[in-house]
Design a protein around this ligand. Structure first.
Ligand code: UD1
Length: 352
């Protein structure tokens, strides 16, 4: 590729501060409603999805106040248990209030999320896990009606056709805080956002072990209280900025990130010739010349994240030689390829 549009622009230089993780703050917000007392979250990113979750909380009677990056949640006034389609259709992660409401009230009526741009994204594993815990689930007119009469902890097998599920692991973990006895989620998703949610629940008084492994154990039925928590940095934002630095042959310092959550992404960048230096909570990304080619196979954490696949496709379009990217988690996640092709990238897609 001699002629490429994004490669020819200004080199990115300077420092960027990485925000808190969207995919951690949303389930942590849902976790906060299992208590009656207030919780305080810091390092909260200012994003539309956070505001959508706040809107849903307002609807449920939960007090929320976002000041800068501090979010105060007061769930004492919770007086509804329904999540309407108008909100859930805008943000799939609203589905996390299902687990939160079951844990707090023993009942919930939550709209089915429907499809999204990257495929049908089913929630069968969420519902399977919840029913095994003793939650009665009925689907009617596009809504999930959930009612927990007697919830008992048990071993729940939660593997789907694509492997572990972040969302199902979190929803079942939240609901399991109400179930008497031990719930073992196997195989549990190991993503840092699952760990961060588990850590917040532990601060609330829930007994959890094994977070970050495939065997996550929740001992439910104990009293819980509000908690304070600092949300982990967003690994996808950091990875995206790192790729932007590489694409523009820039020299960028990413502050306030967690390099440990980016091991595979950093390894891939180094493999294709990008200089990456990690020091405590800082990454310095420097690139000169065109990247080399590589092969990427997307996998659940600690594998290569599906959420970084599109950015790497853009970067590898600039490379000398042929790269191969295999997406294993979401169908329809190569939508960016056609846009890159319009810009002159040479890409061929196999499979569906
Ligand atoms: C989360 C992230 C998303 C990321 C994805 C995979 C949030 C808010 N979103 O999405 O950014 O791309 O993890 O790392 O955290 N599946 C089923 N049945 C289910 C649930 C999932 O078959 O009940 C399938 C999905 O279609 C997909 C795979 O399992 O193929 C993994 O999905 P999952 O980990 O659940 O993704 P999300 O939690 O939706």
């Amino acid at each position: 590729m001699d002629r490429f549009i994004i490669g020819g622009g200004r080199r990115l230089k300077g420092k960027v501060r990485i925000s808190g993780a969207k995919n951690a703050v949303l389930p942590i917000m849902a976790a906060s409603i299992i208590a009656r007392e207030r919780s305080l979250l810091t390092n909260v990113p200012q994003l539309a999805d956070v505001r959508t979750m706040m809107e849903l909380f307002n609807h449920l009677g939960i007090g929320v106040r976002l000041k800068g990056n501090r979010l105060e949640i007061d769930p004492s006034g919770l007086d509804r248990y329904d999540a309407p389609y108008e909100i859930v259709k805008r943000m799939r992660a609203s589905i996390y209030v299902l687990g939160g409401l079951i844990a707090r009230l023993g009942k919930a009526v939550v709209s089915l999320p429907g499809g999204c741009a990257i495929g049908p994204r089913p929630i069968d594993l969420h519902l399977k896990g919840l029913s095994e815990l003793g939650v009665e689930i009925n689907l009617s007119r596009g809504y999930i009606h959930a009612r927990a009469r007697r919830m008992r902890g048990k071993e729940i097998f939660l593997e789907g056709p694509k492997g572990t599920s972040v969302g199902a692991t979190i929803n079942v973990m939240l609901a399991a805080t109400r179930a008497k006895g031990k719930t073992v989620i196997y195989p549990a998703a190991c993503e840092p956002e699952v760990i961060d949610t588990a850590r917040f629940l532990k601060k609330m008084g829930v007994r959890i072990t094994g977070e970050g492994t495939h065997r996550l154990v929740v001992e439910g039925g104990r009293p819980v209280s509000g908690a304070r928590h600092r949300v982990i940095p967003d690994r996808i934002e950091a990875g995206t900025d790192a790729v932007a630095a590489a694409i523009t042959k820039g020299d960028v310092v990413l502050e306030g990130c967690c390099p440990d959550h980016l091991t595979v992404v950093i390894e891939k960048l180094r493999e294709i010739g990008v200089e990456v230096k990690a020091k405590n909570r800082t990454l310095r990304v420097k690139a000169e010349g065109r990247p080399g080619p590589t092969e990427i196979v997307v996998a659940p954490y600690p594998g290569f994240p599906t959420d970084m696949q599109a950015q790497f496709m853009a970067l590898l379009s600039l490379s000398r030689g042929t790269s191969v990217i295999v997406e294993t988690i979401f169908e329809n996640r190569f939508m960016q390829a056609v846009e890159l092709m319009r810009m002159g990238a040479r890409i061929s897609i196999e499979g569906n």
